[in-house]
Ligand binder design. Sequence first.
Ligand code: TXA
Ligand code: MG
Length: 317
Amino acid sequence: MITQTLPGTPVGIRRAADILRQGGLVAMPTETVYGLAGDAQSDAAVARIFAAKGRPHFNPLIVHLADIEGARTIAEFDDRALALARAFWPGALTLVLPLKPEATFALSPLITAGLGTVALRLPAHPVARALLAAFGGPLAAPSANLSGQVSPTTAAHVLNGLGNRIDAVLDGGPSLVGVESTIVGLDGPARLLRPGGIGVERINAVLGGTLLAAGKGITAPGQLASHYAPKARVRLNVTTPAPGEVWVGFGADCPNATLTLSAAGDLAEAAANLFATLREADILAATTGMIAFAPIPDAGLGQAINDRLRRAAAPRP
Ligand code: TXA
Ligand code: MG
């Protein structure tokens, strides 16, 4: 199959919605990362998403919707869920909520991997919102990369990993947040399942400080230790790089760094640059096979950046 690149214009969006209605797969831009979208109500389309990514079936998918009304027909929203949805949707927050058995939109059971909960998100990117409106139903969309590899923040990244494995990529420019959504589990006490594009401090402010930190080990089913894995070996918190190491800096204290996530030490800029920089460092490290990252403060978006870097540095299975 040849993957078409569609422009993020009304014509491109209409074409993408047609492909999705026929059960095809389209990579769509979102403000966090590009997602590999398929009709969430079609078993065949959802099975194709798992196959194209090489994703294990025990790892459930996030369902993307156009509006809260649609989301409320799929899952049970309590007061906490409504407060978070009102504060951060559309945006970089995913809520894991109890699935309604009598949901209007009958989701493919493959999406939830047999769990009694479902992960929901309303993306903010205007092209994603226009595509959801044109399609008129929920879209399942994991990040549009091969399983275990670095998430895509441009259409070119998508084609690098999934070219000729999917029908189309809708080009909406670079993803401006740059790390995946924050995932909060609300099927019990509020739990952080994945740090992401909205800082934990902001979520906790809405929840009155009741958010439980991510547990040790695997939290969301897909949070495997090694992920975002480049080819090179990755070291973290490096202030003095070894000879031959591609050093990725942060802030003003790394004047000799080969690359930087943000010379100004800005965490939002660093998150937006993270995955593209990881790809670039991997190319520059082709001969030495060694990448080193400068320390990143572990607050706000820094928590999501450090989480992704730890997984990039984890021993490979
Ligand atoms: O920003 C994002 O969230 C991007 C864009 C495309 O929306 N999507 C994304 O999807 O990161 P993915 O599939 O790469 O990550 C989804 C995560 C996985 O860790 C998965 O295990 C978790 O969400 N998840 C999905 N359903 C869940 C559920 N019912 N309970 C717990 N975790 C769940
Ligand atoms: Mg992913």
